[in-house]
Ligand binder design. Structure first.
Ligand SMILES: CC(C)(COP(=O)(O)OP(=O)(O)OC[C@H]1O[C@@H](n2cnc3c(N)ncnc32)[C@H](O)[C@@H]1OP(=O)(O)O)[C@@H](O)C(=O)NCCC(=O)NCCS
Length: 135
């Protein structure tokens, strides 16, 4: 699974000219595997997409979406929506109240996706929006 995640993220990071993940991809994935919940969606043995989210802030009961990525050739088929709904289900089940994320202001398709799934902007810096959904 790790190799598939690295391959997918390398492709996606180059779509963003390296701006999505500024550290090394392998290091980033290892950190995700160690500390976050990762849900993958395989279609015909190919990694179509995955979501990685942190579910360890039991004090604030806030989950944090660290990464959501769908392979280019699998986009527009509801894979991202399905991954978000599944992550929300996980967080609700463990009693979490909020789901937060950060998105590049230039990433219009992701912002449209998050708005559709009920996330709202609660903070705005020069490059990113912080968005939150109440669960
Ligand atoms: C953003 C991304 C995850 C969407 O994945 P996807 O599986 O194609 O998304 P879905 O098919 O579930 O789309 C659901 C909704 O998202 C929005 N959306 C998705 N792609 C869009 C696009 N190209 N333009 C506008 N809205 C878009 C729409 O609201 C869509 O709902 P609709 O089909 O009813 O219009 C995918 O494009 C991706 O991996 N992009 C690169 C990585 C990335 O930007 N990740 C987010 C980092 S914060």
């Amino acid at each position: 699974m790790k190799e598939d995640l690295i391959d997918l993220l390398e492709r996606i990071n180059s779509e963003f000219s390296g701006k999505l993940i500024s550290t090394g991809i392998e290091e980033y994935i290892s950190k995700l595997i160690g500390n976050s919940v990762i849900n993958t969606e395989y279609q015909n043995d190919v990694l179509a997409g995955f979501i990685a989210f942190y579910a360890n802030n039991t004090e604030t009961k806030t989950g944090y979406m660290s990464m959501l990525a769908v392979d280019k050739s699998y986009r527009g088929n509801g894979v991202a929506e399905m991954l978000i709904v599944k992550a929300e289900g996980h967080l609700k089940k463990i009693g979490f109240k909020y789901f937060d994320l950060e998105v590049l202001k230039s990433n219009a398709s992701a912002i449209a996706l998050y708005a559709k799934k009920g996330f709202s902007i609660f903070e705005d810096d020069t490059t990113h929006y912080k968005m939150r959904k109440s669960l």
